[in-house]
Design a protein around this ligand. Structure first.
Ligand code: ZN
Length: 477
């Protein structure tokens, strides 16, 4: 088999809009450079590509254009290329909060929509067209740089850096980030996924070429300036230990409700340089343990499958819409409710033109390991359900791939005993409660279309005994 890696720079100019909050923010410094990192695998005439982009999220159109360029430059079939955002909250201007002003050109309330959109994050057209070119370039370069290689796959556990951020509270509801040491917390409302999935590639001379890493945790530590967030330190940790110039492609797992913040602990808030390093180094150290156990071999078969499902959007109730229109005339900075009011109006307007959204489910298989993706900020529980039902020895769930449909919570979280930020109706959470179940079902169905390969094992011991000095009888002492 052959494997190639490439990474290209996508650091935006200073002053670029930084998406990640409800309002406007602009970059003022560069902590570390942003990249598109690609890995291309080939065996038995089939090629597949896994691509990680240091971005909060990606528009499906940006990925589509990037796939087209990868096709033009390297003949890669678009359905064989998976492109996922790492979800760094210090990335470039890739996000149109409500889908872009063009969508609303036929709205009878266009003036109001424009005024509201002017307060929300907006993508930079030049940047996203550059990003598409860099996605295509990274895939084409990785393809061009392929060498004969062997691959290993494994899973480690890191349980100490990620935390479910939603809690069951004493009042019977659920809340997101209720505050450190809040005495009304009963316990977490959802799980974490401690799996650190690693697919590593090795040259025939034994040289480490690079790896693809899958772990579920929001990239919200926020070191100062533009940054890949904690995966920057994951990259540094693996490079430092392995030497040479390997590429570490990071694909985030189902982390819709999982972050580095430990609400159950009263220690300092887990933000900034120190915590970016701590999370990245600990995940990186676990990656190194998996790499130490590597038994590289030929992985086959390679394969890819794709399905587009349509997910219905939530309809804004009339009384909610009325109160949103009242609130929207007040001061935006006065209350977070202003942003939810804005989003209720935008969602309602958007529903005129797009009452459902396309959602690409994709699976890419490299022998015994399958990467199965969706464009959601998927709740951890839903990712675990996909893993549990998978017929593959190794299943790595990838979120925010090939587009973005916002948060997809569990039905329980969206039910009468639920609550919290991720389920609050708005542009960040615009899908009906059944969306999660549909993504899980479509993912499992897709996996069934692929035939899992076998994991390479260590060679067996040779027949006979290598050492005969251990069983000397007492009469011979
Ligand atoms: Zn998020």
């Amino acid at each position: 088999m052959k494997v190639g890696f490439a990474e290209v720079d996508i650091t935006p100019p200073l002053g670029s809009e930084v998406p990640g909050g409800f309002g406007k923010a602009y970059s003022q410094d560069v902590h570390d450079r942003l990249h598109v990192k690609a890995a291309v695998f080939e065996n038995d005439g089939i090629r597949v590509a896994l691509v990680g982009v240091d971005a909060l999220s990606l528009k499906a159109s940006t990925v589509g254009a990037g796939r087209k360029i990868a096709g033009d430059l390297a003949g890669m079939p678009p359905g064989h290329v998976m492109v996922a955002a790492t979800h760094t909250h210090e990335g470039g201007p890739t996000v149109d909060w409500a889908g872009g002003i063009e969508l609303f050109s036929g709205s009878p309330n266009f003036g109001l929509v424009k005024r509201l959109l002017d307060t929300a994050v907006v993508a930079d057209k030049n940047y996203i067209s550059f990003l598409s070119r860099q996605i295509g370039s990274a895939v084409a370069l990785a393809d061009k740089r392929k060498v004969e290689a062997r691959c290993a796959v494994g899973v480690g556990k890191e349980q100490s850096v990620s935390f479910n951020r939603r809690f069951k509270m004493k009042d019977g509801r659920q809340a997101t980030h209720p505050g450190k040491g809040n005495p009304d917390i009963l316990g977490p409302a959802g799980p974490i996924d401690p799996d650190v999935g690693v697919l590593s590639a090795w040259g025939l001379d034994g040289k480490f070429l690079g790896c693809v890493v899958n772990f579920a945790c929001h990239c919200t530590t926020g070191p100062p300036g533009t940054s890949a967030d904690w995966p920057y330190y994951l990259d540094k940790t693996v490079r430092g230990a392995m030497g040479g110039n390997p590429t570490v492609v990071f694909l985030n797992g189902a982390c819709g409700d999982v972050t580095q913040v430990d609400n159950m602990s009263t220690r300092e808030p887990e933000f900034g340089e120190k915590w970016a390093r701590r999370v990245g180094q600990k995940v990186g150290a676990e990656v190194l343990k998996v790499i130490a156990d590597a038994e590289p071999g030929e992985l086959r078969p390679l394969g890819a499958a794709q399905e587009i499902i349509n997910l219905e959007t939530r309809k804004v109730p009339p009384d909610r819409l009325r109160s949103a229109h009242e609130l929207i005339e007040s001061d935006p900075k006065a209350d977070y409710r202003w942003y939810f009011a804005r989003d209720a109006i935008l969602l309602n307007e958007r529903n005129r033109f797009e009452p459902s959204v396309p959602c690409e489910i994709q699976a890419i298989q490299i022998g015994p390991v399958v990467f199965v993706s969706n464009p959601a900020e998927l709740f951890c529980q839903l990712g675990l359900e996909i893993k549990a039902a998978s017929n593959f020895p190794y299943t790595f769930v990838v979120e925010l791939a090939n587009g973005c449909v916002g948060y997809v919570p569990t039905e329980e979280a969206m039910g009468p005993r639920g609550g919290g930020y991720e389920v609050r109706m708005g542009m960040h959470s615009k899908l009906v409660p059944s969306a999660g179940r549909k993504i899980v079902e479509a993912s499992i169905e897709l996996l069934r279309k692929l035939n899992p390969g076998v994991k390479p094992e260590a060679p067996k011991a040779a027949a006979g005994r290598p050492w005969n000095f251990g069983d000397v009888g007492p009469e011979e002492v």
